[in-house]
Design a protein around this ligand. Structure first.
Ligand code: R5P
Length: 310
């Protein structure tokens, strides 16, 4: 097995390598003067089972190109099997036409990754499960339960807790956690008037006196979670915490969250932490390295991945 790290999230790749006790394969990513990406794999990969770890997070286009070019280099270097390990799959929110003459960029990105020459994809909490169907190769989509459930159990054992989906699209995700934690579920009917601005309209369910956990795949501007926290507090929630898998956290998101009604926010390291994230008292990052490492091991050994979630 060979592990190759892109530049998007070196700390996570190193943690996965430590978990698997497999050193990262030496590779160089350089830039031409006009910023074209050039990748060179500095070890023999002929006949190897290769895993390329790269989140397509900010800067999304650069990180995506780096992934595609690395895959091309591996394919031309005669790797036996190439798995793209994409902890955060960027462009996932563009998974359908939102109007006339608009793209389905998630499908385009899936096509690009497939055409580059990967044999399979390993990712985590896709924005919409159907994105797996944008690929005609196997896709393993890890879920957040094994990372978030023990943390909630450890911190809030015996408390009157409730899972909250911040929008209708996230109900399946929040319901899965509610089931594992054996607690109730409420839903926020969110309407977004224009891209990047969210507005909470209604809380469906009784949250009065509850410790509420907003569960989401992505926190970007933070608007969804902050507005949801206001709505929950107005309905009598005792405390509001958030668990979001992918901390995109663009612009002033960390400051917005720090001064919001959220008592705490937990994210994972699917995206490398910025300085703002590291310094924010209200934000905690949990690692997905053991989960990702175990999934990689199971793929390499042709063992079940779903058994990880039983
Ligand atoms: C939307 O459907 C997603 O699941 C997230 O709720 C959304 O991307 C969060 O964005 P923001 O933090 O900018 O409100």
């Amino acid at each position: 097995m060979k592990l190759i790290a892109g530049n998007s999230n070196r700390p996570l790749a190193e943690a996965v390598a430590n978990y698997l006790e497999v050193p990262l394969t030496k590779a160089a990513v350089r830039r031409f003067a006009d910023m074209e990406v050039f990748t060179e794999i500095l070890e023999n990969v002929r006949g190897q089972d290769v895993f390329v770890i790269q989140s397509t997070s900010y800067p999304a286009n650069d990180n995506l190109m780096e992934l595609l070019i690395t895959i091309d280099a591996l394919r031309r270097g005669s790797a036996r099997r190439i798995t793209a390990v994409i902890p955060y799959f960027g462009y996932a929110r563009q998974d359908r036409k939102t109007g006339g003459r608009t793209p389905i960029s998630a499908k385009l990105v899936a096509n690009l990754i497939t055409s580059a020459g990967v044999d399979r994809v390993l990712t985590m909490e896709l924005h919409a499960g159907q994105i797996q169907g944008f690929f005609d190769i196997p896709v393993d989509n890890l879920i957040m339960g094994p990372v978030f459930v023990p943390d909630i159990e450890k911190k809030f054992a015996g408390k009157d807790i409730m899972m909250i989906s911040p929008d209708v699209g996230g109900v399946v995700r929040a319901r899965a956690l509610a089931k594992r934690l054996n607690c109730g579920l409420a839903i926020i009917d969110k309407r977004r008037e224009k891209a990047g601005v969210s507005e909470v309209m209604n809380v469906i369910g009784k949250v009065d006196g509850k410790i509420c956990f907003l569960v989401d795949d992505i926190v970007d501007s933070g608007g969804t979670l902050c507005n949801a926290a206001v709505a929950l507090k107005e309905k009598g929630a005792k405390e509001v915490h958030a668990y979001a898998v992918h901390g995109v956290l663009s612009g002033g998101a960390v400051a917005r969250i720090s001064s919001s009604q959220l008592e705490s926010m937990v994210i994972t390291d699917s995206i490398a932490a910025t300085e703002a994230v590291e310094n924010a008292a209200v934000v905690e990052q949990l690692t997905i390295a053991p989960l990702l490492g175990e999934a990689i091991r199971r793929i390499a050994e042709e063992r079940s991945i779903s058994a990880l979630f039983k």
